[in-house]
Design a protein around this ligand. Structure first.
Ligand SMILES: NC(=O)c1ccc[n+]([C@@H]2O[C@H](COP(=O)([O-])OP(=O)(O)OC[C@H]3O[C@@H](n4cnc5c(N)ncnc54)[C@H](O)[C@@H]3O)[C@@H](O)[C@H]2O)c1
Length: 317
């Protein structure tokens, strides 16, 4: 089976490419390298450098493919608030182009990178796939819109798809070419920022008076290798037309102070941090209910916070 990995030059997509190849899949990559890196794409992989906004470039990338893992998109919450048009254009318009070209090419299997940002502030914890969707920013709104578009495509045109709603993805993957890791600029994710914290660039803890065990926010982290395992299981689960949504996290959470403690342990020196006021729009706790992915996909994440931190640290070297 040949899989087109859109966003295959990015953090999660590049990891998917490597693991798919190791498992015997043929892979093509489509990426405009706007936030990804061409050197993430292994030599020998069919690579079309192009944009989701250009339908002929998508058509070129889809040649010979049987399925698509769609990671490409814009994913910075703050940027999505400042430039909503970019998010609606790339995430929604770009995915519309992809679906149209997939239909033209008679490719009917799709795995989509959705996000826990679709849920917004949860009413009930842990968060089930059936929870209400109330995104608090354009990023989450566009992921939700794409999920709706995929549901309609499945109903109307026989697409067989799964949307995977990631919580916080972390860790790194050691490929035969070295570590594949987060190379976002700006980096907004806690674990790499904590590990890079220094007295001149000190990590901030936003809020120390949340109703949590140590007063800091709690988030659910999933290792990127476990995440890709779920993608491959989801791909293999696709049957006749339909669209399923699965949460991907660990089913548990770590506070910001626990992440800092794990990083202090891994580096052997105290991570500098500053206690700061709460940030507007941050929920206190976000934890996934992952029982649907466990039950239907037979998936079980196996790498804990210590592994996510130690792999990220090793990937910096
Ligand atoms: N990292 C996380 O914790 C997380 C959480 C939830 C969801 N996601 C989703 O997972 C996917 C991958 O995230 P990531 O962390 O690897 O991000 P990333 O920025 O490293 O990867 C995204 C890739 O998409 C490419 N891209 C962007 N716009 C494009 C366009 N118009 N045409 C073609 N390619 C384009 C970028 O160049 C990049 O390589 C995204 O869709 C993101 O929204 C990530």
């Amino acid at each position: 089976m040949r899989v087109l990995v859109t966003g295959g030059a990015g953090y999660i997509g590049a990891t998917a490419v490597d693991i798919l190849i190791a498992q015997g899949y043929e892979v093509s990559v489509f990426d405009d390298c706007s936030t990804g890196h061409a050197d993430n794409v292994a030599s020998g992989v069919t690579f079309v450098q192009g944009s989701l906004l250009n339908r002929s470039e998508i058509a070129e990338a889809l040649k010979g493919c049987d399925a698509v893992m769609h990671f490409a998109g814009k994913s910075l919450v703050g940027e999505s608030v400042e430039k909503p048009e970019l998010y609606w254009s790339v995430n929604v318009g770009g995915t519309r182009n992809l679906l149209d070209e997939m239909r033209a090419a008679k490719i009917s299997k799709l795995i989509f990178s959705s996000s826990a940002a679709t849920y917004g502030e949860p009413e009930v914890l842990p968060i089930l796939e059936t929870a209400s969707n109330r995104p608090t920013n354009a990023y989450g709104a566009t992921k939700l819109a794409v999920d709706a578009m995929i549901t309609d495509e499945a109903r109307g045109h026989g697409l067989s798809a799964a949307s995977l709603r990631y919580f916080n993805v972390a860790g790194a993957h050691k490929s035969t070419r070295g570590w594949l890791r987060e190379r976002h600029d700006p980096e907004t994710h806690l674990i790499p920022n904590v590990l890079r914290s220094s007295t001149s660039k000190t990590v901030k803890i936003f809020g120390t008076d949340w109703p949590t065990k140590d007063g800091t926010c709690i988030r659910d982290y999933v290792h990127v290798v476990d995440l890709i395992d779920a993608h491959i299981k989801a791909l293999n689960s696709l049957g006749s037309a339909g669209h399923e949504i699965f949460n991907l996290g660990s089913g548990g959470g770590y506070s910001v102070r626990e992440v800092i403690a794990a990083a202090t342990q891994a580096t052997g020196s105290q991570i500098p941090f500053i206690d700061s006021p709460r940030r507007a729009g941050d929920p206190a706790v976000l934890i996934a209910d992952i029982s649907k992915a466990k039950r239907i996909l037979g998936w079980q994440p196996t790498r804990n916070l210590e592994v996510m931190v130690s792999d990220t640290l090793a990937s910096f070297e």
